[in-house]
Design a protein around this ligand. Structure first.
Ligand SMILES: [Fe+2]
Length: 307
């Protein structure tokens, strides 16, 4: 496995490299810097007059949960946010007509002991594909302030493509989708089904720290986790996902060695060029029919798979 920095690969080769388990950091995209500025401004506004990286020193967890519970959905669904991430994806070279994306998720990781459940949950070792992500999913992760080894995320690259004991059999996408709306109210208790590796201690624990203005790309099949934040500073990052429609139809993607969840997150994705979702008949032919009565209205605000 390799961590490539600005590999200069054509889009097809770049996706394949990610499906093969490599990581890619892109440092030269103007659109990423623009998006960081846009997000930083909103955080400064939300916590003013306090420094966002020290906001947890000024707000108690219930108040913080309330503030984030209002801001996060507004950010996720803002037209400006959508435009920013579409610019990032196309500037990276992925073709708009074949690329589908999911809405950007702002993530907050507060120092241990503060708000660490519900809307600011720190994810243990997991693969996004345990949360019903498709094998073609590419994750895009970018920090808003300088990320540090003691507040970011890490990868277990040697476990890529290898079966790891996990609790993904308890996850059903359709059932989780119905319970999404209650996340912001969970301040002290974590009750959602969160698939995770069982008793997992990796031989190697790789931390990649792109600077603000850079973006890290990795397959949704990578085993990764949030590092419990002991830095004293709040960590803010944004992530979003893409799926190439041609790869999906051709069955090209990352290996799925240990996925036991049910349902699919594919209905959350929209085409960059025209905003269309995947046709329901395509979804059913690839992933099977949803159970009778499943909620198929997808807000895009899914809770799955923070980093
Ligand atoms: Fe994740």
């Amino acid at each position: 496995m390799t961590v490539f920095v600005d590999p200069g690969l054509p889009a097809d080769a770049m996706r394949q490299s990610l499906y093969d388990g490599n990581l890619i950091v892109l440092t030269r995209l103007r659109s990423v810097s623009d998006f960081v500025d846009y997000t930083k401004e909103q955080l400064a506004d939300l916590f003013k007059p306090h420094d966002p990286e020290h906001a947890h020193e000024h707000f108690e967890p219930p108040q913080m949960a309330e503030m984030l519970g209002a801001w996060k959905p507004a950010f996720i669904h803002a037209e400006a946010s959508r435009k920013h991430i579409c610019s990032i994806i196309t500037e990276a070279g992925l073709p708009a007509e074949h690329t589908h994306y999911d809405v950007p998720k702002p993530r907050t990781a507060f120092p241990v002991g503060h708000l660490t459940t519900g809307i600011a949950f720190a994810f243990p070792w997991h693969r996004d594909v345990w949360y019903s992500a498709p094998a073609q999913q590419i994750n895009w992760w970018l920090p808003i302030f300088a990320a540090r080894p003691d507040n970011s995320m890490s990868f277990d690259l040697p476990s890529f493509g290898k079966a790891v004991p996990n609790s993904s059999d308890a996850f059903d996408y359709y059932r989780i989708n119905a319970s999404r709306l209650s996340t912001a109210t969970q301040v002290t208790k974590e009750v959602q089904a969160r698939p995770a590796a069982i008793d997992h201690t990796p031989a190697h624990d790789l931390v990649v720290l792109p600077s603000p203005g850079s973006v890290l790309l990795f397959s949704g099949a990578q085993l990764h986790r949030s590092i419990p934040n002991t830095s004293g500073r709040a960590r803010y990052s944004v992530d979003f996902r893409t799926v190439d429609a041609r790869d999906l139809l051709a069955g090209k993607g990352a290996p799925l060695a240990d996925v036991h969840c049910t349902g699919t997150a594919i209905r959350d994705f929209r085409n960059i060029a025209d905003g269309s979702a995947f046709a329901e008949e395509t979804v059913v032919s690839l992933f099977g029919a949803p159970p009778e009565g499943a909620m198929l209205v997808f807000s895009g605000a899914n809770t799955a798979t923070d980093d």
